[in-house]
Design a protein around this ligand. Structure first.
Ligand code: CP
Length: 340
């Protein structure tokens, strides 16, 4: 059996992308999942299997091989009620690279604009032969709702629901960090900014605390949800103690579209206190890496110089890894066979 845990030994040969993955400890657990709605119950074995498969998909993707055929009989629908660049495009690329048919459903051009409900919309897509719905919606819990109401008829992948969860973003953040440091247990990871409105923060908190990371959360008090400290994280309102000795710093977008008026005094004040730049980063670990799930409000959450600094920034890697991680997720949830 090929070495599955070592990325350096992973073959990029098309026929070997999914060879022997059923031997991975997390394989059965993934195969037992019908949907991916959040990261709350994902186990260490599942993360390990995801990492191994995503690493193989990344090699395959980098070599720009011909599409695989493992999902040739599957149809995936991207159903995005909220805007997206990274998630939607990378799910489309991931599905195509696995041989699936993908349709990009545009709610603005659909009967949703005439009042059709999300459940009725999903039912229509099922009647059209869709096997899986990748859904983004502004309502927290909407992916769970679809999965519950249409149980057994379609598989649902949550591509972001309101403030609640963004599971594939947390998985790709995890994968990207483990390319730098294989063991995140004990790593000091600091999440900075608008935690209150962030599904990315919630999914990362759930995943990283389950792994035993030393997780620190920092932001203006008005952008920190209540009872955050009960989630096993350390909470700060000033940046310095949160950055001190940090191995990874994840900046989050200020979600002005979800904010009521007056949650921060001014953008200038936010930048002075919470924008991460080279100077503030000096108190972090020497080889600290910075992340941002995007989209970035330029020069507000992180300076352009730092975002573009290849020594510290993993932002481009996050985008790139999104394809491989979503290929792995689609493969685990949808593939009928073990080999292409
Ligand atoms: N990180 C993220 O979800 O980006 P998009 O909104 O562009 O998909």
């Amino acid at each position: 059996m090929p070495e599955l845990s070592s990325r350096s030994n992973v073959s990029a040969n098309k026929s070997e992308v999914f060879a022997d993955v059923s031997a991975l400890p997390g394989w059965q657990l993934w195969r037992g999942r019908r949907h991916l709605l959040d990261v709350d119950s994902i186990t260490a074995d599942e993360l390990s299997a995801l990492t191994a498969v995503a690493a193989r998909c990344k090699r395959f993707h980098i070599r720009n091989c011909e599409p695989l055929t493992i999902l040739a009989r599957k149809t995936v629908a991207n159903v995005f009620f909220e805007n997206s660049t990274r998630t939607r495009s990378s799910f489309e690329l991931a599905a195509r690279k696995l041989g699936a048919t993908i349709i990009n459903f545009d709610p603005k051009m659909s009967s949703v604009s005439k009042g059709e409900t999300i459940s009725d919309t999903a039912s229509i897509l099922i009647q059209l032969g869709v096997d899986a719905i990748v859904q983004r919606h502004s309502a927290s819990g909407s992916a769970h709702q679809i999965a519950r109401e249409l149980a057994g008829r379609v598989q649902v992948i949550n591509a972001g629901d309101g403030w609640h969860a963004h599971p594939t973003q947390a998985l790709l953040d995890y994968f990207t960090m483990t390319e730098v440091r294989s063991e995140l247990k004990g790593a000091k990871i600091t999440i900075v900014g608008d935690i209150k409105h962030s599904r990315v923060a919630r999914s990362n908190i759930a995943l990283l605390t389950s792994l035993g990371a030393d997780l620190h959360i920092v932001g203006p008090p008005t952008l920190l949800p209540l009872e955050l400290d009960k989630l096993g994280v350390k909470v700060h309102t000033s940046l310095a103690p949160a950055l001190e000795g940090a191995d990874f710093v994840m900046c989050l977008r200020l979600q002005t579209e979800r904010m009521e008026q007056g949650l921060i005094p001014s953008i200038g004040e936010y930048k002075r206190l919470y924008r991460v730049d080279h100077q503030k980063l000096r108190m972090a670990a020497k080889d600290v890496r910075v992340l941002h799930p995007g989209p970035v409000n330029r020069n507000i959450e992180i300076t352009d110089e730092l975002a573009n600094d290849e020594k510290h920034s993993l932002i481009a890697a996050q985008v790139h890894n999104g394809i491989a991680v979503r290929m792995a997720v689609l493969y685990f949830l949808l593939a009928d066979e073990e080999k292409s």
